[in-house]
Write a protein that binds this ligand. Structure first.
Ligand code: OOG
Ligand code: MG
Length: 254
């Protein structure tokens, strides 16, 4: 018997909750259905007391598309339980197989939905910050199709946000260096995110609207990784430096 979307959502939510990887979905889902599974699995988190704090965009850079072999933008939902303090600690047993990637975060001061231009999107930003995303696919070996990953909340697991800055400074092409235990492992620019990270916010407003959702004042939006993600297995210290915006970091403990 084909499992219902709710059954798939429970399977993926349990996998995330208990940090156990599962098989890729054998059920042929449409992209619509995979976003429904995502919403159903998040509903379980909200029932456990988590609160929505925004969204993350995925596959907004060439580097990420090439690394994962997928070429369509996706999005996932962020909750307060995923937020890791700047300088904080993440424990490995809570994760299946984490990866870390350098991002830019937006904090919104106004709602955004549908087709908006970059001027409107820019005017809705309260502040921008350097950010690290901790992704953790719930599928074995971090392997998935587009609908698999969307159903799995686009691999969302955690995120760390650095100091907030005035968004009126030019952030179209800022150097980004991610260091692991003091060694620069990923080097890029904010321009790798769709040519300008603001375009990721424009895309978020449009893609959410297609599912009848919108961005609200107070939401955080992660623009998507500027470089490929780094897999990590042991204790590590991760630091991202973004030109003009400063630093954000955290430590992984076993
Ligand atoms: C999917 C999530 C992609 C990004 O920043 O591109 C993403 C994955 O790579 O597991 O978060
Ligand atoms: Mg990401």
């Amino acid at each position: 018997m084909t499992p219902s979307l709710q059954e798939i959502a429970v399977r993926l939510d349990d996998a995330a909750h208990f940090a156990r990887s599962v098989d890729q979905l054998v059920e042929p889902l449409t992209i619509d259905e995979s976003y429904k599974v995502q919403a159903l699995s998040l509903a379980r988190r909200y029932e456990r007391g988590e609160r929505s704090v925004g969204v993350k965009m995925g596959f907004t850079s060439r580097a990420k598309m090439v690394q994962m072999g997928l070429d369509k933008m996706i999005w996932g939902r962020l909750t307060d339980a995923m937020l890791v303090d700047d300088g904080g600690i993440v424990k490995l047993p809570q994760l299946v197989h984490l990866r870390v990637e350098p991002e830019i975060a937006f904090l919104l001061k106004a709602p955004l939905w549908g087709r908006v231009d970059t001027l409107t999107a820019g005017a809705a930003i309260e502040a921008i910050a350097p950010a690290l995303e901790i992704i953790d696919s719930r599928y074995h070996n971090f392997k998935f199709s587009l609908t698999d990953v969307v159903a799995d909340n686009s691999s969302s697991s955690g995120f760390v946000v650095g100091p907030w800055f005035d968004p009126r400074s030019d952030f179209s092409n800022l150097g980004m260096v991610m260091e692991i235990d003091g060694v620069a492992t990923q080097v890029g620019s904010s321009a790798a995110i769709l040519g300008h990270p603001l375009r990721s916010l424009v895309a978020a407003a449009r893609l959410l609207d297609q599912r009848g959702e919108r961005l609200d004042a107070g939401d955080i939006v992660l623009a998507g990784a500027a470089t490929a993600a780094e897999a990590m297995t042991g204790k590590r210290s991760i630091l991202l430096t973004v030109e003009k915006l400063g630093r954000v970091g955290f430590t992984i403990r076993s």
